[in-house]
Design a protein around this ligand. Structure first.
Ligand code: CP
Ligand code: NVA
Length: 303
């Protein structure tokens, strides 16, 4: 059956465990110089409506390392930007390539692609979710802590797309997530309810100090996601108490580690000291985008 990866909950617990086991194995093979040309002759189209560094590079390099090819498509250069319908773009592209990755402003754009595409569609970030980021984050937590079961995670800042995917992931990982956001910037309420209804451990609080207390993983992200730029002044005022700095880190478990999907804004959601300090796992996290997405591509495209 054809699969898409639009939400982190498009895979189940067993599939996630297998996919990440494969990701760890692909990482080992790469380090040891063992080729793994599992997708030779396959092409991934990558459609970007928004900027990207890590997602673009890791998917393109990933396809190359799997023996396939990746095609970078700036949405602004496509007919879609001049009004061609998504359903027509999706069906035409499906005749050329083996899978499509889309980074879009609206989640519904990706869902529309998936509805009409006859190949797997991957969400490379939308306003609602960033499931590929969560694959890398869970992989990084596994590497550092072994198991994610009952691992205490604190989210500090905006209840955004990455936060939404983290919340949904509790259903698959056993992570115990406490989210602290300013009023009005909570994660999507339907996702919180969905995660809780499916047994996920998700708590919403206001103060970052409450979320971070004894936490083993602190996660943050920009206060101004792509698409939110016109709210910059208001957000800068409201988010002032949500900086992950060394004082906040003192409240966490002494062995706590910090994740940030990047790009980071030093002096806003995170200080330079924490980013560059011994508790930061951000570079492993960025690297793991590559390994986790390679495993995802193999999972989606295996015959
Ligand atoms: N974390 C992430 O998705 O980074 P890019 O925006 O650089 O792709
Ligand atoms: N929340 C951020 C993530 C960037 C990778 C954004 O959507 O801009």
């Amino acid at each position: 059956m054809m699969k898409d990866f639009i939400s982190i909950l498009d895979i189940n617990k067993e599939e996630l465990n297998q996919l990440l086991a494969d990701a760890h194995e692909l990482k080992r093979q790469k380090k040891e110089g063992i080729p793994h040309l599992l997708l030779s002759g396959r092409t991934l189209a990558m459609i970007f409506e928004k900027s990207s560094t890590r997602t673009h590079i890791s998917f393109e390099v990933g396809m190359n390392e799997l023996g396939g090819h990746a095609l970078f498509l700036n949405a602004r250069d496509m007919q879609i930007w001049r009004g061609e319908e998504i359903r027509d773009t999706a069906r035409a592209a499906s005749r050329y390539v083996s899978a499509m990755m889309i980074r879009a402003y609206k989640h519904s754009t990706i869902e529309e692609f998936a509805k009409y595409a006859t190949i797997p569609v991957i969400n490379g970030l939308s306003d609602m979710e960033h499931p590929c980021q969560l694959l890398a984050d869970i992989m990084t937590m596994q590497e550092h802590f072994g198991s994610t079961q009952d691992l205490k995670v604190a989210w500090v800042g905006d209840g955004n797309n990455v936060c939404n995917s983290l919340i949904l992931s509790t259903v698959l990982t056993g992570l115990d997530v406490t989210v602290s956001t300013p009023k009005g910037y909570e994660p999507y309420a339907d996702y919180v309810k969905k995660a809780q209804d499916l047994g996920g451990k998700v708590t919403l609080v206001r103060e970052p100090e409450l979320a971070v207390k004894d936490a083993e993983v602190i996660v943050t992200d920009t206060w101004i996601s792509m698409g939110d730029e016109n709210e910059r002044d208001e957000r800068m005022k409201l988010f002032g108490d949500y900086t992950v700095d060394s004082d906040l880190m003192k409240l966490a478990s002494p062995d706590a580690r910090v994740l940030h999907c990047l790009p980071a804004h030093r002096g806003e959601e995170i200080t330079d000291e924490v980013m560059e300090g011994g508790q930061s796992l951000v570079w492993d996290e960025a690297e793991n985008r590559l390994h986790a997405q390679k495993a995802l591509l193999v999972w989606l495209l295996k015959k």
